[in-house]
Design a binder for this molecule. Structure first.
Ligand SMILES: Nc1nc2c(ncn2[C@@H]2O[C@H](COP(=O)(O)OP(=O)(O)OP(=O)(O)O)[C@@H](O)[C@H]2O)c(=O)[nH]1
Length: 397
């Protein structure tokens, strides 16, 4: 890229209002570095994509983004809700606008973190468990305890079942009636459309927006079963598995892999008649965890009991969470985890978009129905059909 292209990039950035370019100084520097000092080695910087999105902002779009950004960072819930809706959209132009907004919020967060001595501003906790484990009852009680002690709590959900059923299990805020009325809490149901990859991306982006809006504790709940637990474990600082004091059969559904991901196992409903089985399950899981390979140098996973009904164990559980956070920050593991999660997030975005491009490609769209039929009838192998479609896709690029 010659000097004229560099000029063009700078010119496009400079056409934006100062408010929108304020966070992007590094971007421009980066492009200069590419052209002037790296011996022709190709380095990808974020500016070209970002500039593409930003350069064509109309006045109206600029105004909308400014309103959302200002409202968001000053903690207006309506602006946070609107911003999350923007990142969830499937509309191509709005998707681009969402990226411009996110970039701005990320720049704001970076500044805030610098002021905070480089420490993350929020603690992200993933909560997973089989249906009926008591997750929402727990979040309600736990969330109220946190807001009562001055925290701002947001609750986000990952619910891949909503992708196929079109309905969100988290849609009914009645699951957490008290917390949803609390002005220090923000509960966001899972998006009701998209792939798991898409839901993962939007949840990741919603986390950034919640943090930008000043929520210092972000709880990410998995509502579905299956891959969603793994997706959530890839978004959070700490992954907590909630287990009901149930018999072996009910626990069969919990995959071994997910127990390995857990930083903390919580046995729920430890009250009344369920207290004895809760103690037994706690002992079983404590033994089981000892057999697993240690995944962190600074933390040994623990098993605790809580009752959301009596509140017993909830404050102790918060202490465990804080111990984890302190240990992970001190060792640098938390920061390292976040860095690697950024990469996972980028790849989930790539996967989502590549598949979308593939499906929308005219040659693929034209050939797909007939090829699918042929595969179903057994006339050609799935591998051959996939090869043909992929060839049609790449030759038509
Ligand atoms: N005894 C007792 N029952 C509880 C406790 N917490 C939840 N429950 C009951 O367990 C059932 C399931 O609780 P939920 O909080 O809806 O469980 P969930 O994991 O959110 O379930 P899904 O919505 O299916 O994902 C409800 O009937 C609750 O009343 C508790 O601490 N003690």
């Amino acid at each position: 890229m010659g000097p004229s292209k560099v000029f063009c990039v700078l010119h496009r950035v400079s056409r934006l209002s100062p408010a929108w370019t304020a966070g992007f100084g590094r971007t421009v520097d980066c492009k200069f570095a590419l052209d002037q000092g790296h011996g022709g080695r190709r380095r990808y910087c974020m500016d070209s994509a970002l500039n593409q999105h930003m350069s064509e902002l109309t006045d109206k779009e600029s105004r909308i983004l400014s309103r959302l950004y200002e409202g968001l960072v000053t903690g207006q819930r309506a602006c946070l809700a609107e911003s999350i809706t923007l990142v969830e959209t499937q509309h191509p132009r709005k998707k681009e606008l969402a990226q411009v907004l996110l970039q701005r919020v990320l720049a704001h967060r970076r500044q805030q973190e610098e002021l905070n001595g480089g420490k993350p501003l929020a603690f992200r906790v993933g909560l997973s468990g089989p249906p009926g484990a008591g997750k929402s009852t727990f979040i309600e009680v736990f969330g109220k305890m946190l807001t009562g002690s001055g925290h701002k709590v947001s609750v986000l959900a990952v619910d891949p079942s909503s992708c196929t059923t079109g309905g969100s299990l988290m849609g009914d805020k009645t699951r957490m009636t008290e917390l949803s009325r609390d002005m220090q809490a923000y509960i966001r149901p899972s998006p009701t459309s998209g792939t798991l990859g898409g839901v993962t991306r939007t949840t990741n982006e919603a986390i950034v927006l919640c943090e930008g809006a000043g929520y210092d504790i972000v709880l990410v709940e998995t509502v579905g079963v299956g891959q969603s637990e793994f997706a959530v474990a890839d978004m959070v600082d700490m992954f907590v598995l909630l287990i009901p004091p149930a018999g072996g059969d009910e626990l069969q559904g919990i995959k071994r892999g997910i127990i390995e991901m857990a930083d903390l196992v919580v046995v729920t409903k430890a009250d009344g008649d369920l207290l004895v089985p809760a103690r037994r399950i706690q002992a079983e899981y404590t033994s089981a965890l000892k057999l697993l390979r240690k995944k962190s140098k600074s933390w040994t996973p623990k098993v605790v009991r809580v009752s959301s009904r009596t509140g017993e164990g909830v404050a102790e559980l918060w202490e465990r969470l804080q111990e984890f956070q302190t240990a992970a920050l001190r060792s640098g593991e938390l920061q390292a985890r976040r860095r690697s999660q950024q990469k996972v997030w980028m790849w989930s975005l790539i996967q989502e978009n590549v598949l979308l491009h593939f499906k929308q490609h005219p040659a693929v769209r034209d050939g797909l129905p007939a090829l699918e039929d042929s595969v179903i009838r057994g006339d050609i192998s799935p591998g051959l059909a996939a090869d043909m479609l992929l060839r049609a896709f790449s030759s038509g690029q």
